[in-house]
Design a protein around this ligand. Structure first.
Ligand code: PEP
Length: 691
């Protein structure tokens, strides 16, 4: 299963990274696509353009970051969860697109890979299935970088992709997947190969008569008793469509000059401004100087816009532009260059250079006003794609590769050290007393809670003391009692056999805290242990991780051994969040300790839904989470510490189920509530270690 999960995870990560990246390098393209969607949903104009632009940048960043998070198995539950959520929304949407075809290309890979709507839908179904597989077995995803270093990956990724979008907005998309990229010959892009089948269209007229609406074509166009309502062009047969199929330039008088312009063998500057009304006019002096330079050397210089004559006249007024204007479709112009205005240099119909209005060539660059033939600006740049890919590798892939290598080397060296330590332990302990390789103690601890008065408590402790003296346990035994019992019981308890502990202590050292009992006071009774973090105290007395952190520190300061309880509620288990919860509880209160201090802690995993309810976690459920707890201790403190940490199970543990639970390799005993109130019941659980 792990292989399947990891293949799904890598494929899904690759798709999200690619899809996020191509959108991020062309934020304006993504914005236009979002606009198309709004139009298809008949919501065009509902949102201002800047909101669409922000949304396009965020959409790209979210996709890219999710892809990288999945690749590095960061937040192994939340990341696939978000991906699943996104795909659950997007898949039905793409089904709708495929069925009703309001947009011909969904734009999921920008202009880099164009899929039909049905291809997109089936792609999403496949991705959805992969996301479900990952969601089901998130912990099977192996990590490239350990959890403690993952923040570096996620923060750097977010920064990288946002900077990339910002740069591509300021300048031009660093990768240009459109048919007007540098090096493209526009004439060739318009050519239709010989024998290619052309798409067939028909014009459909919607007409109305006496309240009835009907559609007609040219062939059956009705008589004048019908009123015209609308007209649309419909594709009847798919066919070859050249990459450039709508590049038409007309003069303001309406004459088509496309052929003439593309046939020009000299240099032609095209100042492309899809909408002159919104065009940036901050570099107008430079544009005019470039025009003068072009005139001086006999090069053509045109402004091209989709705006009307009024806007052109206004632009001329504001900027003093003397170059002639041509008109073209705004979508074509937006496709040619992602800048308003942007400058294009053509030679022989081939795109030689492209500049955004923020990066126009400074006039000083045009060395001593030499002709373009003689200077670099007039030549096609060396293929810049490998350089750009190299830069991305240098800025993004290389740091992560180095981080992964450093992280894995560090983990490996830790593993080697731990292995050596374990081997040493084996040599030291095994031959002498046949102890298990790990040094961790097996413990059965009782938690009396708020039960029994002093006399009954003393009687129970005495009975247990006698019983265990007569029949020595095969594990450590501890009883944790209410405060008032401690001093009395400590008098007679044989603490070589039964340890004594409190159920709580204060989070303050001493002073005016009426009713509280400090760690020092607990210690002074003769007790050695204290239970902290029990779910009942977390819930009823609102003990937060910060309070517990203080309590742990004070308990350890007073030389008390802490039995630290963690565990999830039923709702959290049902939501599959148990790992997250226990991890947060450990991180919140005990993962701040030094290795030496952490070694003194006993962990008790107690699923809240099993405490006092009669419901026990199955031995497999308990083992799974115990193993997880041990793995996060290993990540934090190393394998040797994890191997030596005692992890108890608590929650309706009885003599009948203890043997099965204790037989699991990562369960080192139990914290027992109800069944610790009768000596015979408690002894039955202790004896599970003898089986
Ligand atoms: C407990 O409260 O620590 C506990 C495990 O209780 P019980 O055994 O009664 O479920």
């Amino acid at each position: 299963m792990s292989v399947v999960v990891n293949i799904c995870r890598l494929l899904l990560a690759f798709v999200f990274i690619l899809s996020g990246f191509v959108k991020a390098v062309d934020p304006l393209g993504t914005q236009y696509k979002l606009g198309d969607y709004l139009e298809a949903l008949q919501l065009a104009g509902w949102l201002p353009e800047w909101i669409l632009l922000v949304a396009s940048v965020l959409l790209a960043a979210v996709e890219f970051c999710l892809g990288i998070n999945l690749l590095f198995a960061i937040n192994r539950r939340a990341t696939p969860g978000c991906i699943l959520l996104i795909l659950s929304v997007v898949t039905p949407l793409t089904l709708w697109l495929a069925l009703s075809n309001p947009i011909s290309d969904c734009g999921c890979f920008g202009d880099a890979i164009v899929l039909t709507n049905w291809q997109t839908f089936w792609k999403n179904v496949a991705l959805l299935a992969m996301a479900v597989v990952i969601m089901r077995y998130p912990s099977r995803m192996f990590r490239f970088v350990s959890e403690s270093n993952q923040w570096i990956v996620s923060n750097y990724t977010a920064l990288f992709i946002l900077c990339m979008s910002a740069w591509c907005l300021y300048d031009l998309p660093i990768f240009d997947f459109r048919p007007y990229h540098i090096g493209a010959n526009i004439k060739e892009g318009m050519e239709i190969p010989e024998g290619a089948e052309l798409p067939e269209y028909t014009t459909v007229y919607t007409m109305e008569k006496n309240g009835t609406t009907q559609q007609f074509t040219v062939e059956n166009y009705p008589d004048s008793t019908w009123t015209f309502k609308s007209v649309e062009t419909k594709l009847v047969k798919e066919g070859y469509e050249p990459p450039i199929h709508d590049f038409v330039l007309t003069t303001l008088e309406g004459d088509d000059v496309t052929e003439e312009l593309l046939a020009d063998t000299g240099y032609v500057f095209l100042l492309v401004a899809p909408h002159l009304e919104q065009a940036d006019d901050s570099r107008l002096d430079l544009i005019n100087e470039l025009n003068e330079y072009a005139q001086e050397h006999g090069y053509s210089f045109y402004g091209i816009t989709s705006s009307g004559e009024k806007a052109i006249a206004r632009w001329r007024d504001i900027t003093g532009a003397e170059y002639p204007f041509l008109q073209a479709d705004d979508i074509v112009l937006k496709t040619i260059i992602r800048s308003n205005p942007g400058l294009l240099l053509l030679k022989n119909g081939t795109v030689i250079r492209k500049w955004s209005h923020n990066s126009l060539p400074e006039i000083d660059d045009i060395v001593n006003s030499q002709p373009l033939d003689e200077i670099e600006m007039g030549q096609m740049p060396e293929d810049s794609v490998p350089t750009k890919i190299f830069r991305i590798l240098l800025w993004f892939v290389l740091p992560f590769t180095l981080l992964t290598i450093a992280d894995r080397t560090w983990m490996w060296s830790r593993w080697v050290r731990d292995k050596r330590r374990r081997q040493l332990n084996k040599i030291l302990y095994n031959p002498l007393n046949n102890k298990k390789e790990s040094m961790r103690k097996k413990i059965v601890a009782g938690n009396w809670k708020m039960n029994m008065n002093l006399q009954d408590g003393i009687a129970l402790a005495k009975e247990l003391n006698e019983t265990l003296k007569a029949d020595k346990p095969n594990c450590g035994v501890v009883i944790c009692t209410p405060f008032i019992h401690l001093a009395s019981i400590a008098q007679f308890l044989d603490q070589d056999i039964i340890g004594l502990g409190a159920e709580n202590c204060a989070d303050k050292e001493k002073g005016a805290f009426t009713g509280e009992v400090s760690a020092e006071m607990v210690k002074s009774t003769g007790a050695q242990y204290v239970i902290l973090g029990h779910s009942e105290r977390r819930e009823y007395y609102k003990e937060t991780p910060e309070i517990l952190k203080e309590k742990v520190l004070l308990a350890q300061k007073n030389d008390l051994k802490v039995i630290f309880c963690i565990g999830e509620s039923l709702a959290e288990r049902e939501a599959g969040k148990q790992n997250e919860v226990v991890k947060a509880e450990l991180e919140g209160s005990v993962f701040n300790l030094s290795e030496e201090d952490f070694r003194k802690i006993v962990i008790a995993y107690e699923p809240i839904w099993a405490i006092g309810t009669g419901k026990t976690a199955t031995a497999e459920q308990a083992e799974e989470i115990h193993a997880y707890i041990r793995s996060i201790i290993a990540e934090k403190y190393g394998q040797a510490v994890a191997d030596d940490t005692t992890i108890l199970y608590g929650g309706s543990c009885k003599a009948s189920n203890a043997p099965e639970l204790f037989a699991k390799p990562d369960i080192d005993g139990g914290l027992i509530g109800g069944a610790s109130l009768k000596a015979a019941d408690f002894k039955g659980i202790i004896d599970a270690w003898k089986k």
